[in-house]
Design a protein around this ligand. Structure first.
Ligand SMILES: *Cc1c(COP(=O)(O)O)cnc(C)c1O
Length: 221
Protein backbone atom coordinates (compact mmCIF):
# COMPACT_ATOMS: atom_id res chain seq x y z
CA UNK A 1 0.00 0.00 0.00
CA UNK A 2 2.53 2.59 1.19
CA UNK A 3 5.19 1.51 -1.32
CA UNK A 4 2.67 1.61 -4.12
CA UNK A 5 1.41 5.07 -3.19
CA UNK A 6 4.96 6.43 -3.07
CA UNK A 7 5.78 4.95 -6.44
CA UNK A 8 2.61 6.34 -7.97
CA UNK A 9 3.33 9.82 -6.71
CA UNK A 10 6.96 9.66 -7.83
CA UNK A 11 5.86 8.56 -11.29
CA UNK A 12 3.67 11.65 -11.56
CA UNK A 13 6.11 14.20 -10.15
CA UNK A 14 8.06 16.13 -12.75
CA UNK A 15 11.85 16.09 -12.64
CA UNK A 16 13.17 18.34 -9.90
CA UNK A 17 10.15 18.13 -7.62
CA UNK A 18 10.94 16.49 -4.29
CA UNK A 19 8.52 14.52 -2.15
CA UNK A 20 8.35 15.00 1.60
CA UNK A 21 6.50 12.00 3.04
CA UNK A 22 4.52 13.52 5.90
CA UNK A 23 4.56 10.83 8.55
CA UNK A 24 3.11 12.68 11.53
CA UNK A 25 0.72 10.57 13.62
CA UNK A 26 1.91 7.36 11.95
CA UNK A 27 3.89 4.63 13.70
CA UNK A 28 7.54 3.90 12.85
CA UNK A 29 6.50 0.68 11.09
CA UNK A 30 4.74 2.77 8.48
CA UNK A 31 7.82 4.95 8.03
CA UNK A 32 9.98 1.84 7.66
CA UNK A 33 7.73 0.66 4.88
CA UNK A 34 8.21 3.97 3.11
CA UNK A 35 11.95 3.82 3.74
CA UNK A 36 12.13 0.34 2.23
CA UNK A 37 10.33 1.71 -0.81
CA UNK A 38 13.21 4.19 -1.22
CA UNK A 39 11.79 7.23 0.55
CA UNK A 40 14.45 9.21 2.44
CA UNK A 41 12.76 12.55 3.08
CA UNK A 42 10.14 12.69 5.84
CA UNK A 43 8.10 15.49 7.37
CA UNK A 44 7.02 15.70 11.00
CA UNK A 45 5.09 18.40 12.79
CA UNK A 46 5.55 17.72 16.48
CA UNK A 47 8.87 17.91 18.31
CA UNK A 48 8.25 15.08 20.79
CA UNK A 49 7.10 12.71 18.08
CA UNK A 50 10.05 13.59 15.85
CA UNK A 51 12.60 13.09 18.63
CA UNK A 52 11.11 9.70 19.42
CA UNK A 53 11.21 8.56 15.81
CA UNK A 54 14.70 9.72 14.83
CA UNK A 55 16.64 7.08 16.81
CA UNK A 56 14.25 4.33 15.75
CA UNK A 57 14.90 4.79 12.05
CA UNK A 58 17.95 4.68 9.75
CA UNK A 59 20.17 7.73 9.93
CA UNK A 60 20.27 8.49 6.24
CA UNK A 61 16.74 9.86 6.55
CA UNK A 62 16.40 13.61 6.08
CA UNK A 63 13.80 15.10 8.39
CA UNK A 64 11.88 18.25 7.62
CA UNK A 65 10.08 19.94 10.47
CA UNK A 66 6.81 21.26 9.03
CA UNK A 67 4.61 22.17 12.01
CA UNK A 68 4.32 25.25 14.17
CA UNK A 69 7.51 25.32 16.22
CA UNK A 70 7.32 26.73 19.74
CA UNK A 71 10.33 28.86 20.54
CA UNK A 72 11.14 26.87 23.69
CA UNK A 73 11.61 23.74 21.56
CA UNK A 74 13.97 25.10 18.92
CA UNK A 75 17.03 23.93 20.79
CA UNK A 76 15.79 20.35 20.77
CA UNK A 77 15.67 19.98 17.00
CA UNK A 78 18.50 22.19 15.76
CA UNK A 79 21.22 19.94 14.35
CA UNK A 80 18.78 17.04 13.98
CA UNK A 81 16.68 18.18 11.07
CA UNK A 82 17.68 18.81 7.48
CA UNK A 83 15.26 21.70 7.28
CA UNK A 84 12.72 23.68 9.28
CA UNK A 85 10.02 24.53 6.74
CA UNK A 86 7.73 26.38 9.09
CA UNK A 87 9.54 29.54 10.17
CA UNK A 88 6.56 31.78 10.80
CA UNK A 89 7.83 34.70 12.91
CA UNK A 90 10.84 37.01 13.35
CA UNK A 91 11.25 35.64 16.86
CA UNK A 92 11.54 32.07 15.65
CA UNK A 93 13.96 33.13 12.92
CA UNK A 94 16.22 34.88 15.44
CA UNK A 95 16.13 31.96 17.81
CA UNK A 96 16.93 29.33 15.19
CA UNK A 97 19.98 31.35 14.22
CA UNK A 98 21.02 31.76 17.85
CA UNK A 99 20.58 28.10 18.81
CA UNK A 100 22.26 26.97 15.59
CA UNK A 101 25.24 29.15 16.40
CA UNK A 102 25.40 27.69 19.89
CA UNK A 103 25.29 24.18 18.42
CA UNK A 104 27.84 25.00 15.74
CA UNK A 105 25.52 24.20 12.84
CA UNK A 106 23.85 25.98 9.96
CA UNK A 107 20.12 25.30 9.77
CA UNK A 108 18.24 25.25 6.48
CA UNK A 109 14.91 26.99 6.72
CA UNK A 110 11.90 27.99 4.69
CA UNK A 111 9.86 31.07 5.46
CA UNK A 112 6.24 30.13 5.91
CA UNK A 113 3.81 32.51 4.30
CA UNK A 114 0.14 32.87 4.95
CA UNK A 115 -2.18 33.33 1.98
CA UNK A 116 -4.97 30.91 2.85
CA UNK A 117 -8.39 31.97 3.96
CA UNK A 118 -8.01 30.66 7.48
CA UNK A 119 -7.61 32.70 10.64
CA UNK A 120 -5.87 30.01 12.60
CA UNK A 121 -3.05 29.21 10.21
CA UNK A 122 0.46 30.34 11.00
CA UNK A 123 2.83 32.21 8.74
CA UNK A 124 3.98 35.64 7.67
CA UNK A 125 1.58 37.65 5.57
CA UNK A 126 3.44 38.53 2.36
CA UNK A 127 3.81 42.19 3.34
CA UNK A 128 5.02 41.26 6.81
CA UNK A 129 7.65 39.05 5.27
CA UNK A 130 8.89 41.83 2.98
CA UNK A 131 9.02 44.23 5.92
CA UNK A 132 10.94 41.71 7.98
CA UNK A 133 13.49 41.00 5.23
CA UNK A 134 13.88 44.74 4.69
CA UNK A 135 14.55 45.32 8.37
CA UNK A 136 17.16 42.69 8.95
CA UNK A 137 20.68 42.43 7.62
CA UNK A 138 20.54 38.94 6.15
CA UNK A 139 24.32 38.69 6.01
CA UNK A 140 24.45 38.86 9.82
CA UNK A 141 22.67 35.54 10.16
CA UNK A 142 25.49 33.12 9.66
CA UNK A 143 23.78 30.06 11.11
CA UNK A 144 20.60 30.12 9.12
CA UNK A 145 20.30 29.36 5.43
CA UNK A 146 17.11 30.70 3.85
CA UNK A 147 16.29 28.08 1.22
CA UNK A 148 12.88 29.29 0.08
CA UNK A 149 9.31 29.59 1.18
CA UNK A 150 6.52 27.30 2.30
CA UNK A 151 2.80 27.83 2.14
CA UNK A 152 -0.61 26.24 2.16
CA UNK A 153 -3.67 26.86 0.06
CA UNK A 154 -7.11 27.44 1.49
CA UNK A 155 -8.78 24.21 2.49
CA UNK A 156 -11.62 24.27 -0.03
CA UNK A 157 -13.07 22.31 -2.94
CA UNK A 158 -12.88 25.47 -5.02
CA UNK A 159 -9.98 24.60 -7.34
CA UNK A 160 -9.73 28.16 -8.60
CA UNK A 161 -9.18 29.48 -5.12
CA UNK A 162 -6.51 26.82 -4.48
CA UNK A 163 -4.82 27.72 -7.74
CA UNK A 164 -4.87 31.41 -6.87
CA UNK A 165 -3.32 30.74 -3.49
CA UNK A 166 -0.49 28.71 -5.00
CA UNK A 167 0.06 31.30 -7.70
CA UNK A 168 0.31 33.93 -4.98
CA UNK A 169 2.89 31.91 -3.03
CA UNK A 170 4.96 31.41 -6.18
CA UNK A 171 4.80 35.16 -6.89
CA UNK A 172 5.96 36.00 -3.38
CA UNK A 173 8.88 33.65 -3.93
CA UNK A 174 9.85 35.39 -7.17
CA UNK A 175 9.44 38.83 -5.63
CA UNK A 176 11.70 37.97 -2.73
CA UNK A 177 14.31 36.46 -4.98
CA UNK A 178 14.31 39.55 -7.20
CA UNK A 179 14.17 42.08 -4.38
CA UNK A 180 16.73 40.71 -1.93
CA UNK A 181 19.95 39.89 -3.75
CA UNK A 182 21.62 39.13 -0.42
CA UNK A 183 19.27 36.21 0.16
CA UNK A 184 21.63 34.09 -1.93
CA UNK A 185 21.61 31.38 -4.58
CA UNK A 186 20.30 28.71 -2.22
CA UNK A 187 16.91 30.46 -2.20
CA UNK A 188 15.32 27.96 -4.58
CA UNK A 189 12.58 26.02 -2.78
CA UNK A 190 8.86 26.52 -3.12
CA UNK A 191 7.21 24.08 -0.74
CA UNK A 192 3.53 23.79 -1.49
CA UNK A 193 0.98 21.06 -2.16
CA UNK A 194 -0.48 18.37 0.09
CA UNK A 195 -2.49 15.18 -0.57
CA UNK A 196 -5.56 16.95 -1.86
CA UNK A 197 -3.99 19.66 -3.97
CA UNK A 198 -0.41 18.81 -4.93
CA UNK A 199 -0.99 18.46 -8.69
CA UNK A 200 -2.24 22.06 -8.77
CA UNK A 201 0.71 23.17 -6.64
CA UNK A 202 3.16 21.56 -9.05
CA UNK A 203 1.46 23.28 -11.97
CA UNK A 204 1.99 26.59 -10.20
CA UNK A 205 5.69 25.99 -9.58
CA UNK A 206 6.08 23.90 -6.43
CA UNK A 207 9.33 21.94 -6.21
CA UNK A 208 8.72 20.40 -2.80
CA UNK A 209 5.42 18.67 -2.07
CA UNK A 210 4.41 17.55 1.42
CA UNK A 211 2.17 14.51 1.22
CA UNK A 212 0.81 12.51 4.15
CA UNK A 213 -2.63 10.98 3.85
CA UNK A 214 -2.23 9.94 0.21
CA UNK A 215 0.79 7.83 1.24
CA UNK A 216 0.05 6.60 4.75
CA UNK A 217 -3.76 6.77 4.92
CA UNK A 218 -5.68 8.46 7.71
CA UNK A 219 -3.55 9.61 10.63
CA UNK A 220 -3.54 7.02 13.40
CA UNK A 221 -3.21 8.93 16.62
C1 LIG B 1 -0.08 17.42 7.80
C2 LIG B 1 0.57 18.35 6.88
C3 LIG B 1 0.75 18.03 5.53
C4 LIG B 1 0.23 16.75 4.89
O1 LIG B 1 -1.16 16.77 4.79
P1 LIG B 1 -1.95 15.63 3.98
O2 LIG B 1 -3.24 16.26 3.65
O3 LIG B 1 -2.08 14.47 4.93
O4 LIG B 1 -1.14 15.27 2.79
C5 LIG B 1 1.44 18.93 4.73
N1 LIG B 1 1.92 20.08 5.22
C6 LIG B 1 1.77 20.43 6.51
C7 LIG B 1 2.33 21.72 6.97
C8 LIG B 1 1.09 19.58 7.38
O5 LIG B 1 0.93 19.95 8.66
Amino acid sequence: MIAKAIKQIHDQLPEGVELVAVSKFHPVEALKEAYDAGQRLFGESRVQELLKKIPELPDDIRWHFIGHLQTNKVKQIVGKVAMIESVDSPKLFELINKESEAAGVVTNILLQIHVADEETKFGFYPQELFDFLNEIDISQYNNIRICGIMGMATNTDDKNRVKEDFLRIALVFKDIKNTFASIGDQFTKISMGMSGDWPIAVEEGSNLVRIGTAIFGERQY
